[in-house]
Design a protein around this ligand. Structure first.
Ligand code: PGA
Length: 250
C-alpha cells in the first residue's frame, strides 16, 4: 500500500537560525503517524544542521533543487552527491517556480531525475498546468508531456519509490486551491498514465501528492479522495502548527 506523504517546501524562507527554530518547534508539536510520512525541504544552507536536528525522528529531509552534473565549473550549482553528504534523502525536482522563473525544461528535469535516482536520492517529481493551459483545454496534454518527457528512459525499477506531486500552477501561493474533484480527476489521470507507461503495480504504489494552497482546513477533504496521497505544502508549512495540522488532517 502506498503511503501518504506531507512535504513542506520552505522555498527561499528562513535563514539558519530561523530554520533551527522552526525544526525544533515542529519536533515539539508533531505526533508522528505510521500512515503519514513528514518531510521538510529547507534551503541548501540549512540542510546540514537540519539533518543533525532530525536525527532520531522519522521526519525526512529534502532539498528543493539540484544540478544534474556531478562536479566542475557550474557556479552556484549543488550536486546530488553534495546533498547526500549532508544527509538529504529526497529532492524536489521540476517545481513550477524552477520551470517558470528559472527556465527549466522537461529535458532538464529528466536529467535531474536520472541523476537523483542514480545517487539514491528520492525525487519529488513536480508537474502541473498553468491557468491558461487549463482554460485552453490543454491540461491533460501538458501533464502527459511533463510526465513522459520527465520520465523518459527511466525504468520501472528505477522509478519505484519516486514521489509525484501534482501542483496546478494557478493554485500555488494564490490561495486558490483546486477543488477535491478537480484534483482527483488529474491524480487519477496521472496514475492511469503511469499504469500505461509502466504497470498497474507501479501506478498503485506511487504516492501522488497534491500541492497548491494546501492548508489545515482543506487537507482532510483533499486527502479523502482515492488518488490523493498527501500534500506538498508551501506557505502553510512555515508555521509549525499549521504544518503539523496538515499532517494530522491528511
Ligand atoms: P503553496 O505552495 O502551498 O504556498 O501554494 C505549494 C508549492 O509550491 O509547493
Amino acid at each position: 500500500m502506498r503511503k501518504k506523504i506531507v512535504a513542506g517546501n520552505w522555498k527561499m524562507n528562513n535563514d539558519l537560525n530561523e530554520s533551527i527554530s522552526l525544526i525544533n518547534e515542529i519536533k515539539e508539536v508533531l505526533v508522528e503517524r505510521e500512515d503519514v510520512k513528514a518531510i521538510i525541504a529547507p534551503t541548501f544552507v540549512s540542510l546540514d544542521r537540519a539533518s543533525q536536528l532530525l536525527k532520531g525522528t522519522n521526519i525526512g529531509l529534502s532539498a528543493q533543487n539540484m544540478c544534474y552534473e556531478d562536479s566542475g565549473a557550474f557556479t552556484g550549482a549543488i550536486s546530488a552527491k553534495m546533498l547526500k553528504s549532508v544527509g538529504c534523502e529526497y529532492v524536489i525536482l521540476g517545481h513550477s517556480e524552477r520551470r517558470t522563473l528559472f527556465g527549466e525544461s522537461n529535458s532538464d528535469v529528466n536529467k535531474k531525475m536520472k541523476k537523483a535516482i542514480s545517487e539514491i536520492l528520492t525525487p519529488i517529481f513536480c508537474i502541473g498546468e498553468t491557468l491558461e493551459e487549463r482554460e485552453n483545454g490543454e491540461m491533460k496534454t501538458v501533464i502527459e508531456k511533463q510526465v513522459r518527457e520527465g520520465l523518459e528512459g527511466i525504468s520501472e525499477a528505477e522509478l519505484t519509490g519516486t514521489i509525484v506531486a501534482y501542483e496546478p500552477v494557478w493554485a500555488i501561493g494564490t490561495g486558490k486551491v483546486a477543488t477535491p474533484d478537480q484534483a482527483q480527476e488529474v491524480h487519477a489521470f496521472i496514475r492511469n498514465l503511469l499504469k500505461e507507461m509502466y504497470s498497474e503495480e507501479l501506478a498503485e504504489n506511487t504516492t501522488i501528492q497534491y500541492g497548491g494552497s494546501v492548508k489545515p482546513e482543506n487537507a482532510a477533504e483533499l486527502n479523502g479522495r482515492p488518488d490523493i496521497d498527501g500534500a506538498l505544502v508551501g506557505g502553510a508549512c512555515l508555521k509549525a502548527d499549521s504544518f503539523v495540522a496538515i499532517i494530522k488532517n491528511a
